[in-house]
Ligand binder design. Structure first.
Ligand code: SF4
Ligand code: SF4
Ligand code: SF4
Length: 290
């Protein structure tokens, strides 16, 4: 087997290790251990996929369950770290740095330069719930609108500021912070399921999620992305389009021999698994049109 086949696993692992070192420098060694663990899992799974590509989605969902479950049940519910977006505003008002800001810097600003929005398909626990809603059965597909996405981010920010000004800051109140952790996660999953029912697959992710709004700015410049690796080979079967939970027109990119530079691609590789002739895959090669 060629060494170049291992480029994705190795670079993914070293990216996580590097981020862990930076987090260790600014916080403590537990962050290094956390990111090293994530990087090792990513390395293991991406290596297994080289040998067993037919199980790509199973391996990915196992990683997402383990990482997402750890972040939600241990770090959030047991330890009391709130990773959701409003917590960044709460913490900023108090001049402190906790998991929400670290998650945003790591998963939404640094990692997207290497692996795009891959956090969404490999670690996000609400995303794991939304895996259950990957369906095209909804008739009324509502496409992303940047005004709505940025408007929602600004609205959540203003609501958080009003809460701090008028009532109390959950960053300073342990029991309130825990109530927010539970409440925000239930809210996102409930709203996500409801929106999906009316507006199509993974509607919360596509239309509203503030994290994707942020990381989507960087994702098109990701080093790794889904690329068309067999020139003029696409047979326009649309299997990739039918498999994409983010409703991206993958076929159009493949027909033009392009990389998928879409801001909302979460690098789940469902399109890669669906393609019958392996026209597309996650790669770093710059021999495709950008
Ligand atoms: S878009 Fe938001 S909710 Fe959806 S998977 Fe990504 S981070 Fe999670
Ligand atoms: S384009 Fe492919 S990798 Fe990106 S979100 Fe759609 S199915 Fe997943
Ligand atoms: S599944 Fe493959 S062959 Fe079919 S349209 Fe998509 S890229 Fe082309």
């Amino acid at each position: 087997m060629k060494l170049s086949n291992f480029k994705v696993p190795f670079i993914s692992f070293f990216s996580f290790a590097l981020i862990g070192l930076i987090a260790w420098f600014f916080r403590d060694i537990r962050y290094f251990a956390l990111f090293l663990g994530m990087g090792s899992m990513e390395f293991g799974v991406r290596t297994l996929v080289i040998k067993f590509p037919q199980h790509r989605q199973l391996f990915r969902l196992i990683v997402q369950t383990m990482v997402g479950g750890f972040l939600l049940f241990y770090l959030s519910i047991v330890i009391g770290v709130n990773f959701q977006y409003p917590q960044i505003i709460f913490d900023t008002a108090e001049g402190i740095v906790t998991g929400a800001l670290i998650q945003t810097i790591v998963a939404r600003v640094l990692l997207p330069f290497v692996l795009g929005n891959a956090f969404c398909s490999r670690a996000c626990w609400t995303g794991l719930f939304f895996e259950l809603t990957n369906t095209k059965s909804c008739k009324k597909i509502f496409k992303r609108n940047n005004y709505i996405a940025w408007g929602y981010l600004i609205a959540v920010t203003i609501a958080a500021i009003i809460l701090i000004r008028m009532l109390i800051n959950p960053a300073t109140d342990e029991s309130l912070r825990r109530a927010f952790i539970i409440g925000e996660n239930i809210y996102i999953v409930a709203v996500g399921f409801m929106l999906t029912f009316f507006l199509g697959s993974r509607a919360y992710c596509r239309l509203l999620c503030p994290f994707l709004t942020i990381s989507g700015l960087i994702a098109p410049w990701s080093y790794f992305k889904v690329r068309t690796v067999k020139k003029d080979a696409c047979i326009s079967c649309s299997k990739c389009n039918n498999s994409c939970p983010m409703l991206i027109d993958v076929k159009e990119y493949a027909e033009k021999n392009m990389a998928i530079n879409h801001r909302q691609c979460i690098l789940c590789e469902r399109c890669v698994s669906a393609c019958p002739i392996e026209v597309i895959k996650v790669d770093s090669k710059r021999n495709t049109k950008q």
